[in-house]
Design a protein around this ligand. Structure first.
Ligand SMILES: Cc1ncc(COP(=O)(O)O)c(C=O)c1O
Length: 364
């Protein structure tokens, strides 16, 4: 249809992980687990459910567009001013606002090929020139990205840690990279998996820096178990935040979502359990894959990515896992066609997944 711009016609529709019910129906099996979308396997925090429920009684009102209570709490927690904090419908919601706020037609974007699909969709929909820089050994190649900076560069996107590889940019790499970035270029540091990566000694926590041209994005979708409520936040210089607020959809974060996030932030026990479950699961996968001689990318997140020899092998593996009742994520859509991503689950889910893998791989 002529009314649809070419750049939009050219987009691939987003393909989410298959829903559990669909796999049950398709394969006629009862027990199906989903380890495909990097969600928190614990379920949401009870504290957040209670807060969201209570907040529903005010949902005839519009949400507070300033997100005052949540932003204040985040500002206190991370020792910044209220003016340095923005909230939005997931970190992707804020990413979308960033693109609409700062990008002009001639502006160019630099990021890694095969990184987070959500950013790729936004970049392609914007229609600006994007320099997709190949990763090296499933890691961002910041030196190669720095070489792409030119007079038109406006936005550089770095997912740290990355999804779908789980790898991270180190402090030394980030410091060196920033020496090449002019002040007029905005660096988006997407730290959706920050809480999992934080303990890694060479992981650069962007809040230790105070660059005026860096925006840090974080989320309640992962370690805080609130993916379905769409709660994200960002930190940046007050001028950037002030302008983002002019463009952001004013009521973007709903009343129950704001209330749930506030409660989740106080739920240290939930956070700790999330991290403990993840650490144990990750250790199990790493050990098993090493024992089995399966190639994987070392990950500081809540998922682990396996590397196969060829795209067909990866697709075949994912299909066979479905028949075993395990939904994993083949990464063709992420432009990593040799890879399959597995989200760390609860202990029983991880055991079920490894048993299924054993069945699938012994047939090869
Ligand atoms: C790197 C990265 N950024 C952002 C997101 C999206 O987070 P949100 O749910 O806050 O939009 C994800 C979710 O998978 C992600 O992996």
């Amino acid at each position: 249809m002529a009314l649809v711009p070419r750049k939009i016609r050219a987009l691939d529709p987003y393909q989410a992980g298959k829903p559990i019910e669909e796999v049950k129906r398709e394969y006629g099996i009862e027990h199906v687990i989903k380890l495909a979308s990097n969600e928190n396997p614990q379920g949401p925090p009870q504290s957040a459910i209670a807060a969201a429920n209570a907040a529903l009684s005010s949902c005839h009102r519009y949400p507070d567009p300033s997100g005052y209570a949540l932003r204040t709490k985040l500002a206190e927690r991370f020792r910044v001013k209220l003016e340095n904090v923005i909230h939005g419908a997931g970190s992707e919601g804020i990413m979308s606002t960033i693109m609409r706020t700062f990008l002009l037609d001639d502006d160019e974007i630099i990021t890694a090929a095969g990184s987070f699909i959500g950013f790729r969709v936004l970049a392609e929909a914007a229609g600006n020139i994007v320099h997709w820089v190949n990763m090296k050994d499933y890691r961002y190649d910041l030196a190669a990205m720095a070489e792409q900076i030119n007079d038109y560069t406006k936005i550089i996107y770095i997912a740290n840690p990355d999804n779908p590889t789980g790898s991270h940019v180190t402090t030394a790499e980030f410091d060196e990279f920033m020496t090449h970035v002019p002040d007029r270029v905005l660096v988006i540091l997407d730290e959706a998996y920050f809480e999992y990566a934080q303990a890694t000694s060479d992981y650069p926590d962007s809040m230790h820096y105070r660059y005026d041209n860096v925006i840090t994005l974080r989320t309640f979708s992962k370690v805080y178990g609130l993916a379905g409520l769409r709660v994200g936040y960002g930190f940046a210089h007050e001028t950037l935040i002030g302008n983002l607020f002019k463009v952001k959809l004013p009521f973007e974060m709903s009343i129950p979502a704001q209330a749930a996030a506030l409660a989740a932030l106080d739920d240290d026990a939930y956070l700790q359990r999330s991290l403990d479950i993840n650490r144990a699961g990750m250790a199990l996968y790493e050990k098993t894959f090493t024992d089995w001689g399966i190639r994987y990318v070392p990950s500081v997140t809540n998922f682990i990515t396996i590397v196969f020899d060829a795209p067909e092998v990866a697709t075949d593996f994912s299909q066979k896992m479905l028949k075993e009742g395990v939904i994993v994520r083949p990464l063709g859509g992420f432009r990593q066609p040799n890879c399959v991503r597995i989200t760390i689950g609860l202990s029983e889910e991880n055991n079920f997944c490894l048993k299924a893998m054993e069945n699938v791989l012994k047939d090869r």
